[in-house]
Design a protein around this ligand. Sequence first.
Ligand SMILES: Nc1ncnc2c1ncn2[C@@H]1O[C@H](COP(=O)(O)OP(=O)(O)OP(=O)(O)O)[C@@H](O)[C@H]1O
Ligand SMILES: [Mg+2]
Length: 352
Amino acid sequence: MVLSRLKDAARRGRAEASLRKALSERGLEGAVNLRSLDDRLSASVLLNAGSGSVDVESLEADLTTASGLDRVVVVTSDHGQPTAPPPPPAPTPKPAGGGHADPLRLGSRPTERQGPQRPEGVKHVIAVASGKGGVGKSTVAASLALELLRAGKKVGLLDLDIHGPSLPVLFPTSERLRAEDGKIIPTEQAGLKLVSLGYMVDERTAVAWRGPMVMNAARQLIDDTAWGELDVLIVDTPPGTGDAHLSMIQRLKLDGAVLVATPSPLATADVRRGAALFQKVGTPLLGVVLNMTGGPFGDELDEALLNELELQIVARQALTVEAATLPFGPDSGLRLPDLVTKILADLTADNG
Ligand SMILES: Nc1ncnc2c1ncn2[C@@H]1O[C@H](COP(=O)(O)OP(=O)(O)OP(=O)(O)O)[C@@H](O)[C@H]1O
Ligand SMILES: [Mg+2]
């Protein structure tokens, strides 16, 4: 047991060193993140801005060979660049099922993207994330969506949690999402547009999906939803910083991100990881929602951390029955007045 753990650690160390060497030999710099899953070791590389144009696919292949890893995913941080020229025509699609390019069976073809974009008709996109599970991301995402709806905005809520979608629990419906001409049509509840894998496939189907399938499913939810006109799209993300997050930052232009944490001392590393993901791609952090306060760990987060990351706490929420009342209705969830004010101001600035 101990021996195999030592061997694992040694393999990780060697692979990471080879990966960093291969990057520097190509004059590239970026954040490297190694993960192991089912005995497979993979890495994501978030290239620093200014790395120039790289052929992501061939770089991924080169880095995989050089490092001996099972898989390397490269993400470029080309957010905020001027509008790119129109993308080249989509390559000949692989047959559906082959390469798992169409996990949601929409019959749509993957399109090339020159950097992240907002979905057509959507003015503003905000992600809700946390390095940790079960801290209240979905509750915050749903609460924020409802508050913006109450403020008179047209709002959509996208659930990118492929393995544990929450929207069907928060907003249950027997309706299955339809695809029309390869586009997903959101379901609607009290004016809120909702998209989740949980409204599309059986809960057990996605459980076995790994890396590329998860990335492709997230890509389809991002690229292939017909939202119509929206002022704000709120994106609920899975715990951690994994494959769905990579699809998100590669494809979705984010106007802001909200981190969710609890006052536990263990939250520090998670907040740092969550913040790093967004700071790397230049997404403004709107602040931290500190959830489940009032317990043994009090109502605060490490102040040195907040100062270091230039982060503010935008809401504090105690553990209450109302916050967890299901299904979600006007009285459920959190009140987030400062965060809503901030977002409404950003929307006004966008339009001005
Ligand atoms: N302030 C609160 N008071 C009481 N219960 C809460 C509070 N916030 C969230 N909960 C409950 O805690 C559980 C986890 O919340 P939620 O699903 O929003 O977390 P999450 O971070 O999205 O989890 P996951 O990482 O699994 O996606 C849910 O049962 C939710 O109703
Ligand atoms: Mg969740």
